[in-house]
Write a protein that binds this ligand. Structure first.
Ligand code: SAM
Length: 331
């Protein structure tokens, strides 16, 4: 079957980086925060931002084209879309822009990641210790992404009753917080590296936090301690297969009899090219994490079975992230 080439379509894909670059730059130099609720002339804006007039006018020209800024009577103001980039907007997505700006720069190394298969950035532990501001903004962005897209977890997980839940590598606590809101009698504790604690306290102070380490036996939890639910959300894609088998084994070992393992993960089809939301997420995992990958239902199922549990069939909504649950023996 022959297909016609779309030269303008591909040409537009080639230049689509410019839109991301200008939005990332606007947030980086503080432009949306400066203009939020205060339209300004170019002179006022450059004085406020401490930026170059020609450079700033170039940025504004592009942002007008992309629908982020309006110009009226010599004043520049944010459009309704542009206002979403201000930190004080109640539905701000400025943190998501900062996270993506980090990746914008990293993705210039994608050829290296493709040639070598190696990540082009440090692991979470390294980022939390050596660049905590960036790592904290990243965790805030994940919390904002959960607000936008993560609301399906309680429905997909279908937890039947309350109990004690441990959210392993829970970060800002976003997903545990959604479950606690949805399930009466559920209490959640977030386990993460110590450097993540400030963001949990800022975003979800209603949850408990324990410092722990996924790399350690029982994630550092004491012998004999058990949990009714273990949540492993967006963790498996950060690790290679052998690590995931170990992580799921440790999680299973922390379950009380009849307890439930809840995996919330980007699950890819066997051919590894669909669903589109998961397929397009896969290169991000290659560049971000050593051994990072999107996994199939069968691969995750094998790790669960190796841990002595039986996986339920996948529970998938319209979004790209699915739930795979497994219960431990009730006796
Ligand atoms: C991709 S984020 C997922 C966060 C959250 N579970 C979610 O679904 O949004 C990975 C999380 O794992 C945590 N993490 C990474 N390495 C860890 C380790 N060795 N021990 C505990 N947590 C770790 C990070 O700090 C981060 O919060």
């Amino acid at each position: 079957m022959s297909e016609e080439a779309s030269v303008y379509g591909v040409a537009s894909q080639i230049t689509s980086y410019q839109q991301s670059a200008l939005i990332g730059t606007a947030v980086e130099v503080g432009l949306p925060n400066a203009l939020y609720g205060s339209p300004m002339t170019l002179e006022q804006l450059t004085a406020e931002l401490g930026t170059d007039p020609r450079g700033t006018m170039g940025l504004l020209s592009g942002l007008v084209t992309f629908g982020i800024i309006n110009r009226r009577d010599g004043m520049f103001r944010l459009t309704a879309d542009g206002e979403l980039l201000a930190d004080d907007h109640p539905e701000s997505i400025a943190m998501i822009s900062r996270k993506e700006w980090f990746f914008y720069k990293l993705w210039a190394n994608m050829p290296e990641a493709v040639r070598t298969g190696h990540t082009q950035t440090g692991a979470w532990r390294d980022r939390l210790e050596n660049d905590p501001d960036q790592a904290h903004d990243f965790l805030r962005a994940l919390d904002d992404l959960c607000r936008l897209y993560g609301g399906d977890l309680p429905g997909l997980a279908g937890l039947e009753k309350g109990g004690r839940l441990l959210d392993v590598g829970g970060g800002a606590g976003s997903h545990a917080a959604n479950l606690v809101k949805a399930v009466r009698g559920l209490e959640a504790t977030v386990l993460d590296l110590p450097g993540a604690e400030p963001v949990l306290r800022e975003r979800h102070p209603e949850l408990d936090f324990v410092a722990g380490d996924i790399d350690q036996p029982r994630f550092g939890r004491p012998e004999g301690e058990t949990w009714d639910y273990i949540l492993v959300s967006n963790i498996l894609h950060d690790h290679p297969a052998d690590e995931n088998e170990r992580i799921i084994g440790e999680a299973a070992g922390l379950l009380a009899p009849g307890g439930s393992l809840v995996i919330y993960e980007w699950v890819i089809d066997e051919g590894r090219t669909s669903p589109p939301g998961v397929a397009s997420f896969t290169p991000m995992m290659v560049i971000e994490n050593e051994g990072g990958w999107t996994w199939t239902e069968n691969e995750i199922g094998e790790w669960i079975r190796a841990a002595g549990l039986t996986p339920r069939p996948i529970s998938q909504g319209p979004g790209p992230i699915a739930v795979i649950r497994a219960e431990s023996d009730p006796s």
